[in-house]
Design a protein around this ligand. Sequence first.
Ligand SMILES: [Zn+2]
Ligand SMILES: [Zn+2]
Length: 141
Amino acid sequence: MTKHTGRCFCGAVEIEVSGSPEAMGYCHCSSCRSWSAAPVNAFTLWKPENVKITKGGEQVGRFMKTERSGRQYCKTCGGHLMTDHPTMGLVDVYAATIPSVAFTPGVHVNYAETVLPIKDGLPKLKDFPAELGGSGVVVPE
Ligand SMILES: [Zn+2]
Ligand SMILES: [Zn+2]
């Protein structure tokens, strides 16, 4: 199985992902923007069993603003690592955290909240796909 290593900004925390992500894309929601301090979050979604913290686990902080998202970061450098989504059964490892994984986005989610419209021809969902509890509604670019 293919493995990729990722690390936080300072390198105290290392993670390993195995296999292939379940989905990749961009999230435009205000929570991702506020927490990442960026106009959009590039996500890769993995099954929890395919994501392991291999170094510095005691350095990993986790903040839950809502029960849907456990946002994990390095307590030393503040660098962001990943967000687990317990209600979806998936972990979002930020594309920037695992640069050796070829990022091939397939969808934009929470596009109704966008501050940075991206005209790339990919589907734009108003919120989340129906199978993940969203409306599944597609909106214009
Ligand atoms: Zn760090
Ligand atoms: Zn988001």
